[in-house]
Design a protein around this ligand. Structure first.
Ligand code: ADP
Ligand code: MG
Length: 321
């Protein structure tokens, strides 16, 4: 298969349909040296990029469908955490071989999520090499409305969407037994784009949980120069983790990666909004702790005793001990 055939297949099979009154501002898409995009008047461009490498960011047996889905999802999750509306994507593919069937599955996975969020693939790059997928997501936001890591205030509630620890548990089961029933928790994270929208103007700080709750909360605390406590019994979990012993589950929830939920801090007077948002978006929103003036993160049981987690989260290039 020639490179241009492969690009044409990607273009055709990822194309999402729009309503007739909205062409998403694609003035020039795939096929020229660069794409030309029209940002809605008065909006700012928001850009994020993330790479997934085989065997590092997804198990080598992951389907092409799920690789594409996840690669788009993790980037949309970054835009969601800023409060941006996603619109366009650029895709850089490194493939060991040009295989029409693989591309077909990849394009289908991409399209299923792209259609849900109205994202157009407008360009990219295709090379041969070890399997690696890099995606740049572009979107827009009202000037000054972005949700950042740096605005948390002492007394803010710490809130997380959905559930935590499922993806990390799936990965452990896969590595040990090469079998698990809940692969979607790892392979098809759901970017919380709608939640990012409603948080604007209310949340003081926001981040998406990709490297584990403690690690990502740590980024908010560092940027905001404050501390926090979490109540471990309050951490939300999927039914799939219900059978685990408490301490093992808490470790997955605190330190496991790949959750792609939004973690945000909310002034306590906005607590009443959580039930409305939760109903409107059909997503769990759980208060799991509180921002404090300083002192890092303390993990507490409800009885006030301290829980010491096993590790702080996933980090690339961490020295193996
Ligand atoms: P150039 O040599 O000018 O960089 P390419 O031949 O690499 O152009 O790409 C031709 C067109 O196809 C460009 O518009 C590019 O954005 C697009 N393209 C290449 N690879 C991909 C891909 N994996 N996904 C989407 N578009 C792609
Ligand atoms: Mg060129």
């Amino acid at each position: 298969m020639k490179e241009f055939q492969l690009i044409r297949q990607i273009q055709q099979e990822t194309a999402v349909s729009f309503s007739p009154d909205c062409d998403h501002g694609v003035r020039l898409g795939i096929g020229d040296d660069a794409a030309v995009l029209e940002i809605p008047a008065g909006q700012h461009l928001v850009a994020a990029t993330d790479t997934l490498n085989a065997g590092v960011h997804f198990p080598v047996d992951t389907s092409a469908y799920d690789i594409a889905y996840k690669c788009l999802a993790v980037n949309l999750s970054d835009l969601a955490a800023m409060g941006a509306i996603p619109r366009w994507a650029l895709l850089s593919l490194s493939l060991p071989q040009a295989d029409a069937e693989w591309i077909q599955s990849f394009a289908a996975g991409f399209k299923s999520l792209a259609q849900m969020h109205g994202v157009s693939l407008v360009g990219g790059d295709t090379t041969s090499g070890p399997l690696s997928v890099s995606l740049t997501a572009l979107g827009y936001i009202e000037p000054g409305k972005q949700l950042t890591r740096s605005g948390a205030q002492s007394g803010d509630l710490i809130v997380v969407s959905g559930s935590l620890g499922g993806a990390a548990r799936v990965l452990d089961l896969w590595e040990v037994h090469k079998f698990t029933t809940e692969r979607h928790l790892l392979d098809q994270p759901q970017p919380r784009v709608g939640l990012g929208q409603v948080l604007k103007g209310h949340a003081n700080a926001c981040i998406d949980v990709s490297d584990g709750l403690l690690a990502d909360l740590g980024h908010i605390l560092k940027a905001s120069e404050c501390g926090a406590h979490l109540i471990v019994e309050d951490l939300p979990y999927d039914d799939f983790l219900a059978g685990l012993e408490d301490e093992l589950r808490w470790n997955y929830q605190l330190s496991g990666g790949d959750d792609y939920e939004l973690l945000f801090t909310l002034p306590p007077e906005h607590r009443v909004l959580l039930a409305t948002w939760s109903q409107q978006l059909d997503i769990g929103l759980t208060v799991i702790g509180e921002i404090e003036a300083d002192g890092g993160t303390r993990c507490l049981r409800k009885d006030g005793t301290v829980f010491e987690p096993r590790s702080a989260g996933f980090e690339h290039f961490r020295q193996k001990s």
